[in-house]
Design a protein around this ligand. Structure first.
Ligand code: CTP
Length: 399
């Protein structure tokens, strides 16, 4: 959820600032770009050097950067951030934020921030319960700022109670869940298939195809970025998912892919069948390696089950089913036939006559055709961008 997110982390002067080092490390590990801002007091608790080393960026404390003679532009920082996390947030900084005071860079950035602001208070239990703190927090929440509640435990004062800053892992989990809540496909299950299938001839040989799996993996990642619970049923491929939340189910044959799809399809809001499923499989699989005999070898093949057509015959009202058609001739006509024959909502046509389209490469050029036979043609794009276009189209159909 935090991958490629630009995060400003504001650190105030509290003993809990020592936990900020781990928070920075976890944010960076999640793929976020982190800009640390400290209040002058915070530098007494943890060194900027520790935090700049972990965040791989100079830490900002003052309005002016003496080393460059430049001004640290709080407006730019406030606009740059996808999220502003203030952790630890002291009673003093919360009071300033609630009242619009900006006597340091952190509070000035807060006033300029257009992004969601999360604050994780850290203070002694009496400060936490004080009516002024309670009022300030309520005021900050009424402005739309998001409170990450402190925990109960031993406090720096030696007292026991509420006021301990939430643990870095909790902060990350909380923010990831908040971001996910706002995504368009949160709570939706999506089934995607990818890659080729391999149909065994004997223990060492198979019938396969050149599908790399790249398109299906890009689609699965894109849906995950939109908040969906994605199950990716994939044939043999070297691809790996960028989004760790994608549930990967490995299969080899068309029959195994059918079984996996039948398991996950009933719960799916949408299914995108981008796998290149073998149309035929050997009638018999030789238990031993077939020896060379003469000049010719005939292998009897039988048709595999058309997975997409099977799913189309079971489609529930509201379910969205999408197929791919890789064609070499009569492209649109063939694609429309597949759309109708297999009871699909969309068919994604790619023509092998288009340079840069199809199986192996990093690019694709698609036309999406819907049931009213409306066509949307896209230019040559990399497969992640193609996945984005397709997922937007599918998301628009999901109720
Ligand atoms: N497909 C499937 N099961 C099969 C064969 C294909 O689910 N046994 C799916 C593919 O994943 C794709 C769509 O059907 O989404 C179209 O596949 P394609 O191979 O282009 O079409 P076929 O129906 O097999 O027709 P043909 O090979 O004759 O073009």
């Amino acid at each position: 959820m935090l991958e490629d997110k630009k995060i400003v982390l504001g650190i105030c002067g509290s003993i809990a600032a020592y936990k900020s080092a781990l928070l920075v490390r976890l944010l960076v590990k999640s793929g976020a770009e982190v800009q640390v801002i400290m209040t002058p007091d915070a530098t007494n608790f943890i060194t900027p050097l520790t935090l700049s080393t972990l965040s791989k960026k100079p830490v900002l404390v003052d309005y002016f950067a003496p080393e460059t003679g430049e001004w640290n532009n709080h407006v730019e920082l406030g606009l740059w951030a996808d999220a502003f996390i203030i952790a630890p947030a002291t009673a003093n900084t919360l009071a300033k934020m609630a009242n619009g005071l900006c006597d340091n860079l952190l509070t000035a950035v807060y006033l300029s921030a257009k992004c969601p602001v999360y604050f994780a208070p850290a203070m002694d239990l009496d400060m936490w319960k004080h009516p002024s703190t309670v009022q300030n927090i309520a005021k900050l929440q009424s402005f739309g700022n998001i409170l990450i509640n402190p925990g109960i435990g031993e406090l720096a004062s030696g007292l026991h109670g509420e006021g301990r800053m939430a643990e870095p892992e909790e902060i990350i989990g909380f923010i990831a869940a908040e971001i996910k809540k706002k995504l368009p496909l949160t709570g939706k299950k999506i089934l995607v298939t990818a890659g080729p299938t391999y149909e065994a001839i004997d223990p060492v040989r198979f019938i396969g195809n050149h599908s790399s799996g790249k398109m299906g993996f890009a689609i699965a990642d894109q849906f995950a970025l939109m908040g969906a619970d994605v199950t990716l049923v994939t044939g043999p491929t070297a691809q790996i998912n960028k989004q760790p939340s994608v549930k990967r189910v490995d299969v080899t044959t068309a029959a195994e892919m059918l079984a996996a799809c039948e398991q996950y399809y009933p719960d799916a809001a949408a299914c995108i069948m981008s796998a290149a499923v073998a149309d035929y499989t050997p009638v018999d699989v030789s238990p031993q390696k077939i020896k060379k005999q003469g000049n010719n070898l005939n292998i009897d093949l039988k048709a595999t089950v058309d997975i997409l057509k099977t799913l189309g015959s079971k489609k529930q009202p509201g379910q969205i089913l999408v197929g791919f058609a890789l064609e070499t001739n009569n492209e649109e006509q063939n694609a429309i036939q597949k759309l109708q024959k297999k009871n699909l909502d969309l068919i994604v046509l790619n023509s092998l006559n288009d340079a840069g389209a199809g199986f192996k490469g990093d690019t694709n050029k698609i036309t999406i055709i819907d049931i009213s036979l409306q066509k949307t043609a896209y230019g040559l794009k990399n497969k992640n961008e193609v996945a984005y276009d397709l997922c937007q189209k599918v998301a628009g159909l999901i109720k």
